[in-house]
Design a protein around this ligand. Sequence first.
Ligand code: G3H
Ligand code: 13P
Ligand code: ZN
Length: 284
Amino acid sequence: MPLVNMKTLLTAAEEGGYAVGAFNCNNMEIVQAIIQAATEEHAPVIVQASQGAIKYAGLSYITALTRVAAEEAQVPVALHLDHGTSFDQVMRCIRDGFTSVMIDGSKLPLAENIALTRRVLDVARAVGVTVEAELGKIGGTEDDITVTEREALMTDPEEARQFVAETGVDALAIAIGTAHGRYKGEPKLDFDRLRRVRELVQVPIVLHGSSGVPDEAIRTAIQLGVRKVNIDTNIREAFVKGVREALAANPDEIDPRKILGPAREEMTAIVREKIRVFGSSNKA
Ligand code: G3H
Ligand code: 13P
Ligand code: ZN
């Protein structure tokens, strides 16, 4: 079916009390793995591309690959820009056919983040595209900061209330202790903070940096209102595992299909596992 608006998927998730998986793509095999997994699980799904992915693959390739995959699929698929930081980039994605965009103004002062998000919303609303924003700084696992410093970057619930009231954004990414990349230890999520945000904010909450977060913590976050869960690193790991194993089994292999095929299967398996944890199986 044609690509769908992300808001439709998140509204259904809100009603059903589950979360929709948002999986990062960088090439054809990743897009195929995500759609195959969603198809096998009968699950709605979000394919997302970062600015880095767009730089690597090309905007029109990302859009075309995902559009074709969605059109052939029997499950609803949204195409989302992940961590867009530039107004112009967001506009290019909308023009190219993305059905959802993230405008990440989290590094800006609050008033500027609100102003940038509103500017994007003005355009996106007119063309039926969903908008996600970020408040608080999610950061990376590599960032060399202490627990106290990380806490200082977390989302302030009162600011979240003000942000949503003043922007009317469709979905809000918040910082509650997760980080992008591979965790060194076990991440500790601030569920009290999530609970307080949820009391003050009615829009779907987005959890970034979800690879490596224990399943139980993800389930709790979903119970507390998370409706979109972002996964990238786990897909990268599965891709590399598949490639490594294929080459270890046959070091002389030169057929890319025999190397990337197993990688695609590994990625399909991990995306299926995540979809089950998010509770979105059989929701398509
Ligand atoms: O949010 C980060 C995502 O994992 C995308 O990473 O910017 O390296 O594509 P990337
Ligand atoms: P991980 O790579 O930690 O799964 O984070 C993905 C993400 O948040 C993309 O926006
Ligand atoms: Zn992210």
